[in-house]
Ligand binder design. Structure first.
Ligand code: UD1
Length: 413
């Protein structure tokens, strides 16, 4: 079993570049099969979820090649319309291939989607939307078979789901007629997908707002595209600087994507400077708590940084309150932080954190992707040595968390 060992007690100090976005590239990779030809993607993160998605594309008969951070995808030979469970269960985003297969072939077969164990994660909104667009869906025990000719429709989402918004956008790009998504997700990754689809020739309006209009076109074409920076990876290190009272400069960051994170960093006492391509944070005096913070759909504070913020608040001076409003089971890191001496209580979806003078290094178990990163941050802030088991989780989304933190002056074995 792979692990990371952190020697705590050293403030982060230094500067690094931030990788391309995991949640940005995954929908783009699925959308590549909407066209027959070649797409070239730059600034791709070299992470496991990307490699697993390339394996899905290869299963469909697509030629893919990743050299450094550039991926070339040639869909000319695409044949298969089915993706088996062994591949889909590796990640949640495999579900986006259903919209893509339906748009390209009018049918698709997909094994059950996987992903981190952070809650029930139903797919009802994806299915209802496709049904409204004229698709016949057969939900089997561990798979979905879908068939039909996609027609534009008015779709109102019960929750502004990122995945459902993306799946509908991908399907609607080649559907007959106009699709309107109401209560659509507004995350930067939605704008990223819209930009990519539009570059391929799609007609999309309103992305980034709560209503997205997609006017289906007959054909899309190959493009060259640059993937946006990863705002969650950037947020992880910014919070790490605050947790260790350090000073860091991150390059290749879009600080506009970090609005809610910047608010929290400032509340804690950090000094922030925005740069054209990045961000600087000085966390030397950032010891204050935040009275109340809620995870919310964008532009609110991201659920993907909830556990990392939790680690940071365990060593702030005073009591903080963190509400998890997106996923109902995203508290598995709490027990591990308690082993390190953190004082956290959980009641329903509310985490109450009473800051302690010090965390103490010990052996902890990573429980999911972001939770692992949170434990690494806690280890940096702790006294002594922390061993975090289950490194596999973090490799799904962080290209090389050890390299990055070493670049920021951390002591990691
Ligand atoms: C995406 C991100 C993930 C992030 C999440 C919320 C990717 C690859 N993953 O996940 O990192 O944590 O957004 O920002 O981009 N829901 C339903 N029915 C549905 C779909 C969703 O009830 O059909 C619920 C979910 O259970 C959850 C909420 O809606 O409570 C938001 O989920 P959603 O935005 O869909 O998350 P993902 O797209 O899976």
């Amino acid at each position: 079993m792979k692990a990371v060992e952190v020697i705590g007690g050293y403030p982060l100090n230094g500067e690094i570049k931030i990788q391309g976005s995991k949640n940005g590239i995954l929908p783009v990779l699925a959308a590549c099969i909407l066209q027959k030809g070649v797409c070239i993607l730059h600034n791709c993160p070299d992470i496991r979820d990307v490699r697993e998605t390339l394996a899905i594309l290869r299963e469909l008969g697509v030629k893919c090649e990743m050299i450094k951070h550039t991926i070339t995808i040639d869909t000319t030979g695409i044949q298969a319309k089915a993706i088996e469970k062994e591949k889909t269960e590796k990640m949640r985003s495999s579900l986006l291939f259903l919209g893509a297969l339906l748009a390209r072939f009018g049918e698709g077969f997909l094994g059950k989607a996987g992903g981190c164990n952070i809650g029930k994660r139903p797919i009802d909104m994806h299915m209802e939307a496709f049904q409204k667009m004229g698709i016949l869906i057969e939900e089997q025990e561990n798979a979905i078979a879908a068939k039909g000719r996609l027609k534009g429709a008015d779709i109102t989402l019960r929750i502004p789901s990122v995945g459902a918004t993306e799946n509908i956008m991908i399907a609607a790009a080649l559907a007959e007629g106009v699709t309107v998504i109401y209560n659509a997700a507004r995350e930067p990754e939605i704008i990223e997908l819209a930009n990519f689809l539009k570059k391929m020739g799609a007609e999309i309006y309103g992305e980034g707002s709560a209503a997205i209009i997609i006017s289906g076109v007959k054909k899309l074409h190959g493009v060259e595209y640059n993937i946006m920076p990863d705002r969650i990876v950037a947020g992880t290190y910014l919070l790490g600087a605050v947790a260790t009272r350090g000073k860091i400069r991150l390059h290749q960051v879009n600080h506009e994507h970090l609005g809610a994170v910047k608010v929290i960093l400032k509340q804690m006492g950090a000094v922030i400077q925005e740069m054209p391509d990045g961000i600087y944070v000085n966390g030397e005096a950032a010891w204050r708590t935040v009275e109340k913070v809620k995870t919310e759909p964008y532009p609110g504070f991201p659920t993907d940084l909830q556990s990392v913020l939790l680690s940071t608040l365990t060593v702030a001076k005073g009591e903080s309150c963190l509400y998890e409003n997106i996923f109902e089971n995203r508290y598995r890191t709490v027990a591990e932080l308690r082993k390190m001496g953190a004082d956290i209580s959980v009641e329903d979806n509310i985490l109450r954190i009473r800051g302690v003078d010090a965390l103490y290094g010990c052996e902890v178990q990573g429980q999911e992707l972001r939770g692992f990163a949170a434990l690494v941050i806690a280890g940096l802030a702790a006294e002594g040595r922390t061993r975090i088991e289950n490194k596999d989780y973090v490799e799904r989304g962080y290209e090389n968390i050890v390299r990055d933190l070493l670049g920021l002056g951390a002591k990691i074995i």
